[in-house]
Design a protein around this ligand. Structure first.
Ligand code: HSE
Length: 340
């Protein structure tokens, strides 16, 4: 399996580390060679038919702040045309305005019949239906566990492990930054701005933190879940959204007097698509602490199924990309066995 990795920031570098740590084990489990044949960051790229060493790429990036020779005005899409690959890992940053550049990368790969694994929310929150139709038309696979919940498995759990269930609704906390801010305000009495600064220092907040505090990041994730799990064809713009910018210390202490906490909750069902601050009783699973994410699914047979875990981070998000990559390898393995 020949892989092209686009995006060599936090997530892309995490993926390189994961490939260097797990590559050999995967190769022996699936009896298939895993080769990283191309890597792009925002200004440079490196290719090798024989396969690149992820460790070397990480060292080079640290020293030179780029992964290879400069693109020199060449676009990623032009450079891609000369690379023979099977799977694109798309890990460029989310852009919720028009989904670019990730949308262009994913579209080009699917049109060429290549499989895609991505952590990029923008393209999926804006053009889910179009991308899925494009994948189907070109007999390509598009997987995106890493786009929601970081390391916490939700999309594949809902669609693959709970395949026989009817999932009626999901209530979730999908933004670690907001959860952290609300907790710090409650536990330490910190003012909103100070708690936000701490979240930024910890590296959890988006580059533009209004994506977090205005509920934009949560709404993008809610739209992806609505499409992927409830079969809707909606976009981020269809999500009713309010964030936590207006939450005061007074509101938090009034909630505490009633033994409640304030949480930014996403609610997704066939008829509901909303992100808003809610009062949650202390001790309720959604009153989760720190930067964790949590998903509560209501199902017809299994009842309530809850998954929780780390919602962001270098290796955490890479672990979700890896789970999709392994799923592709497993499918290919089954197909190979059937055709032998
Ligand atoms: N800013 C996001 C969060 C990162 O705080 O959850 C993960 O998408």
């Amino acid at each position: 399996m020949d892989i092209v990795l686009i995006g060599f920031g936090t997530v892309g570098q995490g993926m390189a580390e994961v490939l260097s740590r797990k590559g050999a084990t995967l190769q022996s489990s699936f009896r298939e060679k895993l080769r990283l044949v191309g890597v792009f960051d925002s200004s440079s790229y490196e290719v090798s038919k024989k396969g690149l060493d992820p460790r070397e790429l990480l060292t080079r990036k640290e020293k030179l702040h780029r992964v290879g020779p400069k693109l020199e005005g060449k676009s990623v899409l032009d450079a891609l045309k000369d690379i023979d690959y099977d799977v694109m890992i798309e890990a460029t940053p989310t852009n919720i305005e028009d989904g670019q550049p990730g949308l262009g990368h994913i579209t080009a790969a699917l049109k060429a019949g290549k499989d895609v694994v991505t952590s990029n929310k923008g393209p999926l929150a804006l053009k889910y239906g179009e991308l899925m139709r494009l994948a189907e038309k070109n007999d390509a696979r598009l997987r995106f566990e890493a786009s929601v919940g970081g390391a916490t498995p939700i999309i594949n759990v809902a669609r693959e492990l709970l395949m026989g269930e009817k999932i009626q609704s999901i209530r979730a906390i999908v933004n670690g930054t907001c959860n952290f801010i609300l907790n710090r305000m409650m536990d330490e009495g910190l003012p909103f701005d100070q708690a936000l600064r701490e979240a930024q220092e910890m590296g959890y907040a988006e580059k533009d933190p209004s994506y977090d505090i205005d509920g934009i990041d949560s709404a993008a994730k809610a739209a992806i879940l609505a499409n992927a799990i409830f079969g809707r064809d909606c976009s981020y713009n269809d999500v009713r959204r309010s964030g936590i910018r207006g939450i005061t210390l007074e509101a938090i202490s009034m909630a505490a007097e009633e033994k409640k906490v304030i949480r930014l909750v996403a609610e997704i069902s066939p008829s509901r698509l909303e992100v808003s601050p809610r009062l949650v009783p202390v001790g309720h699973p959604l009153a989760i602490g720190g930067t964790l994410n949590i998903f509560q699914m209501m199902t017809d047979l299994a009842g309530e199924v809850t998954v929780a875990g780390r919602g962001a981070g270098r290796l955490e998000t890479a672990s979700a990309l890896l789970s999709d990559l392994v799923a592709l390898m497993k499918e290919d393995c089954v197909v190979r066995r059937r055709t032998v």
